[in-house]
Design a protein around this ligand. Structure first.
Ligand SMILES: Nc1ncnc2c1ncn2[C@@H]1O[C@H](COP(=O)(O)OP(=O)(O)OP(=O)(O)O)[C@@H](O)[C@H]1O
Length: 305
């Protein structure tokens, strides 16, 4: 595994930003880290890149404990933070040489020429960063993350604020980079993940609510129906177990369950009979056609799917 996170909790005062999060990411994959605003994406990425410590838990990159061996870990991680903070007064090439010198990159000039080539900023290399378009600034951000040839790239909302053409360009660049490196990218955009990620991790209010292949999660939306059932009272653990025979429980909050029915079958009649047989009252029973966006919304707590 390239990235392994074990029971990471982060508190900001009373605010729980991450709530015992665990996941792992295999090598050489592009993984989408999805979640609504405030879900905890940036916090997780800052912990992985050792910008902030977790309150508890562990994080490993290529087997290296980022808390115990931060310098070693930074050597194998490239990081593009949210809002891509760059020094606008630097010239592009000069800036990349500066970043490379911090990492003590060998054959620095050759490596900088290489990342300039990979990220397609040859024409911009002698310009001031402040004079570049947003898309090109983002390319410079990617170039600085790549300059020390890390095996893992952590990209926090790499396409945010770009125009549609720039988005396509940056996505294809990330896709290309992802053939040789592990890339974890955060985004709000489902289509982005569908386009370039093999796997998806969805986080909401500090909890992982889905983790699987993009195909698997997309199939939830494209081929299947969702039913939301709300009981009058919170059912017992035994009833919750039995509910699984109707399909996958994709969300469970108190007495409300969202179940992804297998094979596109309408499970409402059977669910109704099941409730009657078990002495449960149903206060809501609703079927939804699931779309990718609505899967995301249903998993991240929005009711209007
Ligand atoms: N330095 C901080 N001090 C206090 N609370 C913070 C701090 N940084 C983040 N938080 C809170 O922690 C939670 C998670 O924030 P985080 O920035 O990780 O979310 P996010 O998923 O990256 O959101 P966005 O998509 O809006 O960037 C939020 O409720 C946020 O307000």
């Amino acid at each position: 595994m390239s990235i392994r996170v074990e029971g990471v909790t982060k508190l900001y005062g009373d605010q729980v930003a991450l709530n015992g999060v665990s996941f792992s990411i295999p090598s050489n994959q592009v993984v989408g880290f999805l979640g609504p605003n405030g879900a905890g994406k940036s916090t997780m990425m800052k912990i992985l890149t050792d910008y902030i410590p977790p309150t508890s838990g562990k994080a490993f990159v290529d087997g290296i404990d980022v808390l115990l061996n931060p310098i070693e870990a930074k050597r194998i991680i490239g990081y593009l933070p949210e809002n891509n903070p760059l020094y606008y007064d630097f010239y592009v090439k000069e800036y990349l040489e500066f970043v490379g010198s911090i990492y003590k990159v060998e054959k620095l000039k050759a490596r900088v020429a290489e990342v300039i080539d990979i990220t397609g900023i040859g024409y911009e290399q002698n310009k001031k960063i402040g004079s570049l378009s947003k898309g090109y600034k983002q390319r410079v951000g990617l170039a600085q993350a790549l300059v020390h040839n890390p095996s893992v790239l952590i990209l926090d909302e790499p396409t945010s604020g770009l125009d549609p053409n720039q988005i396509v360009e940056i996505r294809s660049l990330i896709e290309q980079i992802g053939r040789e490196k592990t890339v974890m990218l955060s985004t709000h955009i489902m289509q982005e993940v569908e386009a370039i990620c093999q796997n998806i991790i969805i986080i909401d209010k500090g909890d992982i609510v889905a983790n699987g292949s993009t195909k698997e999660i997309a199939s939830l939306a494209l081929d299947s129906k969702m039913v939301t059932v709300e009981f009058a009272e919170v059912p017992s653990a035994d009833i919750v177990d039995q509910l699984r025979m109707f399909g996958r429980i994709v969300k469970h909050e108190g007495a409300v369950f969202t179940i992804n029915s297998a094979d596109n079958v309408d499970i409402r009649p059977k669910l109704f009979n099941f409730a009657v047989a078990n002495g449960l009252s149903i206060v809501q029973l609703q079927e939804h056609e699931a779309h990718l966006e609505s899967v995301f919304r249903s998993l991240t707590g929005k009711k209007d799917m």
